[in-house]
Design a protein around this ligand. Structure first.
Ligand code: KIV
Ligand code: ZN
Length: 523
């Protein structure tokens, strides 16, 4: 491999999906994985297959259907995890098993409650088992940056001896300083000369806001894979933001010795919007690279400068990251063919009944909106074109005034195709619709989060509603899009009901890799 090429390992669907409150279903994960493939990431960590049947199925679907990147599944260092990871990824053109075990004394003593000797055995057995199944094995000594470097080196050497070809060094709790992280990698390279023959990877968390800085320090110390997530989502404060590390390497390439990635940067903004929409995690307006204001100039001095010469106040061009993609694409007179072409330009191949459905929805929106932009179409696709069977909001009726409490009646199509009605008098029109849906479906779901966004600017903008609701201790998200906020909210709510019910029905307890007990002794 070219020594200047930096591999991008995307963990949006694994570490990112572990963010509090995020819960993506298999269809949503597949949609994100397809966009990651368009973005040109080298590796997609598709999930943690042992965690639940839903996780397993999503990883398997991605392995079977997403072409291009390596597809990785995460496994703790135990036989059942490694087997599950392999079963889930084995149908990919290029599968990878990523196995890990903690090396810090604090984790060994308190979380795993075992010994360094156990960790030696666990690492050796897991990598050997993974390697017997899969050619491409990655190993991570978890909490590496708080571990004794000599002991970490010993474990890393064991992993390489057993056939791991990527060694990832996690700053699991986001504690390291860039200088410390680089020094840790440099010392490891001295202690384990075999690291020259494998890919060294960074995996940095953002608890102190240093995830991207630490990843860069790691790359400067010789790492050639960066683990990161779209919009920086992930456990607690999140992971290194993919878009930031990629644009940092690209913008400062000349000063970083010509390092480069294979990312199609024009797809970054779209990936960011999709992940934000499906996870319900908003992107802050001033977020680097993909925030709404990342290329906006408020001060007259800045505006004046940019009008005269863009580089006076801009170090990147918004088009490079795909932030200028909201131009008009279709109008109310556009036909089915134009819609199909526009969707295809956006990367969605839509035919037959799905195209008819999309066209009907497009016409409804185009009647209300003068201009239908690429961003509107993206929202429409995410909202409408899912192959999902579940609840559907057929109609709603809401009466509200300042003199009497709002009353809503709804008709909901149930998964068996029958229609159910419900009505409720609530605190506000949206609350009334949500309770009326509960009444129609006979489910006692509780709203946990509610967010409204405008897809684009302007008075006739499409409204996008994201909800997270809870049922029987499970939570799930749903999104809805419409020019009418109440309709968007109702659509989001029934979709979230479908998702949460699927989770309740699957019955599996949610598991997260960092929070579960490891076997006490080597198997
Ligand atoms: O942060 C971490 O250490 C992880 C490992 C599972 C790689 O996510
Ligand atoms: Zn992590």
């Amino acid at each position: 491999m070219d020594p200047n090429r930096v591999l991008i390992f995307d963990t949006t669907l694994r570490d990112g999906e572990q963010s509090p409150g995020i819960s993506l279903n298999a269809t949503e994960k597949l949609e994100i994985a397809q966009q990651l493939a368009r973005l040109g990431v080298d590796v997609i960590e598709a999930g943690f297959p042992i965690a639940s049947p839903g996780d397993f199925e999503a990883v398997q679907a991605i392995a079977r259907q997403v072409e291009g990147p390596v597809i990785a599944g995460l496994a703790r260092a135990n036989p059942a995890d490694v087997d599950a990871a392999w079963s889930a990824v084995k149908d990919a053109a290029r599968p990878r098993i990523h196995t890990f075990v903690s090396t810090s004394d604090i984790h060994i003593e308190h979380q795993m409650q075992n010994t360094r000797e156990d960790v030696r055995g666990l690492a050796r057995a897991a990598v050997a088992q993974a390697r017997a199944l899969c050619e491409d094995v990655e190993f991570s000594p978890m909490d590496a940056t708080r571990s004794d470097v000599e002991f970490t080196a010993e474990i890393v050497k064991i992993a390489i001896d057993e056939g791991a070809s990527t060694i990832n060094i996690p700053d699991t709790v986001g504690y390291a300083l860039p200088t410390e992280y680089a020094a840790f990698l440099t010392r490891l390279a001295e202690l384990v000369p075999e690291l020259r023959d494998v890919v060294v990877s960074t995996h940095c968390h953002d608890d102190l806001g240093l995830a991207v800085a630490n990843s860069l320090a790691g790359v400067q110390a010789g790492a050639r894979q960066v683990e990161c997530a779209i919009n920086g989502i992930g456990e607690r404060a999140g992971n290194a933001a993919l878009e930031e590390i990629v644009m940092l390497l690209q913008t400062r390439a000349a000063d970083l010795g010509g390092l480069y990635t294979g990312i199609v940067t024009g797809e970054l903004a779209r990936a960011s919007r999709l992940v934000s929409r499906l996870t319900g995690y908003a992107v802050q307006p001033n977020k680097a690279i993909v925030g709404r204001n990342a290329f906006a100039h408020e001060s007259g001095i800045h505006q004046d400068g940019v009008l005269k010469e863009r580089t006076t106040f801009e170090i990147m061009d918004a088009t490079t990251v795909g932030l200028e993609s909201s131009q008009l694409v279709l109008g109310k007179h556009s036909g089915r063919h134009a819609l199909r072409q526009a969707l295809e330009d956006l990367g969605y191949r839509v035919e037959g009944q799905t195209l008819n459905q999309a066209f009907k929805r497009f016409k409804e929106i185009a009647d209300k909106k003068k201009q239908v932009t690429a961003m509107d179409l993206e929202a429409l696709v995410t909202d409408e074109l899912r192959e999902e069977t579940g609840f559907a909001l057929e109609s709603f009726d809401v009466g509200a005034s300042s003199r009497r409490p709002p009353h809503a009646s709804v008709e909901v199509r149930l998964p068996d195709g029958s229609l159910a009605q419900g009505s409720f008098t609530g605190d506000g029109p949206v609350d009334a619709v949500f309770h009326a849906i509960n009444a129609a479906t006979g489910l006692d779901a509780r709203l946990r989060e509610f967010r409204v966004d405008a897809v684009t600017g302007g008075q006739d903008a499409l409204g996008e509603v994201s909800v997270v609701l809870e049922l029987d201790g499970r939570s799930a998200a749903g999104q809805g899009v419409s020019t009418d906020i109440i309709e968007a909210a109702g659509r989001a709510y029934v979709r979230a009901l479908t998702h949460v019910l699927a989770k309740v029905a699957s019955g599996a307890a949610p598991v997260k890799p960092e929070t579960v007990e490891m076997p006490a002794v080597a198997p």
